[in-house]
Design a protein around this ligand. Sequence first.
Ligand code: C2E
Ligand code: MG
Ligand code: MG
Length: 482
Amino acid sequence: MHKNGNIQAKWLNISVIRQADERIYCYVSQFSDITEKKKLDELYLAQANYDELTRLPNRNLFKYQLNKEIRKSRRNNSLLSLLFLDLDHFKDINDTLGHAIGDKLLKEVSLRITKCVRETDTVARLGGDEFAVILPDVIRSRIEMIAQNIIHVLNEPFILDQNQVEQYISTSIGIVLYPQDGIDIESLMKHADQAMYKAKMEGRGRFCYFTRSMQYEAFEKMILTHHLRSALANNELQVCYQPILDLCCKRIIKAEALLRWKHPERGMVEPSIFIPLAEESGLIQEIGEWVFQQVCFDIKQWQNVFGYVIQVSVNVSPIQFKYFSDHSWSASLAQLGLPGNSINVEITEGLLLKDASNVKDRLLEYRNAGIEVSIDDFGTGFSSLSYLKKFDIDYLKIDRSFISNLINNETDRALVEAIIVMAHKLDINTIAEGVETMEQQDMLIQFGCDYAQGFYYSEAISVKEFEKLLVDQQSLDNETPG
Ligand code: C2E
Ligand code: MG
Ligand code: MG
């Protein structure tokens, strides 16, 4: 302690100096000020265990706490619960409003979650928009109450900027119990993650308990991914074509390539099942390249047989943009002597919002080569209209959900009409997806929609069947006089 009352950490070294006969001659004490070292140690400790942004325990400390609570729970025979939380569509907020606002939101979220639990509970940030809550010594009814309460408080609006605009977010929660759902940190965390994923799948903004069947689903997913790895080599994948008609003359002038997987034991596996697996495993890169090559081959065949180019739309997953591809599509087309606009790349709305340089570069490469670009499932995602112009989009594909309600729902009808008008003002063409009836077709024609595809004309068919449609169309043309 200083004379003025300040307390400072000091390192004190005392040495004894002895005479030749071993008697003590004197003591020498050396002080050194270690306040700075202490502060630094504390900082290192905090950095190693706490999240810098929210000041919550980080993954390290969370695991340590969970381990401690597991042991305590085992000793006392008490129930322990672990909640895994993931914010829904947090990336959209980060991408559209910027990281500073995203950070502010995460801080506010951590405060709100902390208010829902007792002091003895642990709230941790595991990274990104993932949080975890450890509830030691708890009863079942309280777990549900807490989960419900967290969902409720996070549903309340957030004010994050000076303009006082209200932002909304929701959260999905996975719940596991110790010991019934796992007896160590690894299995509890894995199962909480599976339960959280299920909550997302079931519509987000909800909680879900872990069940053994989820473990089975995860296992199934692993097996199917394993099979998908060999599907290409085993010739189990097939590109089918769905015709796209010009609504002016009702002629097939384009097609969309849709992938099919004929599994040797399970039969046809839907793209909605295997594309997400291909995306998660990174296989989409290889599969996407194969689809492109296959499509180029078919377009070239048709050009030789029919004497004209049929443009084919190829779906490109956002994951494919993440990786650098050494196969330039424009170079492949040039090599085959096909014009750039033989290919139309279908991307989703969300991709443009990322504003990442690899997305920009790839879209620029397409534009320079004449490859056209469509926004798939337009109207269902998070759109920024200004981006449509900035990225030189050629087509909007109006999502099937709007078309199916076209006749019965006034709002959807107004939306479809407005999308078509807006697109035309921006010099963008429109394609209606999922046209199933003549009534829908006629209304689309009335609204000035340019193209249509859907079961009313044809579902996705094999290359041979598609060629037959083209042959029939050509013979009809030849029969028509003039
Ligand atoms: P998408 O690109 O929006 O494709 C349209 C989906 O709607 C296709 O489903 C098609 O069969 C279906 N469809 C077309 N017309 C109608 C209709 O009139 N009524 C109804 N009810 N459905 C219609 P599909 O083939 O199951 O494909 C689902 C999704 O899988 C596609 O949605 C696309 O996002 C993805 N996908 C398909 N092939 C590929 C591919 O080669 N690569 C990538 N990355 N994704 C693909
Ligand atoms: Mg598509
Ligand atoms: Mg679509």
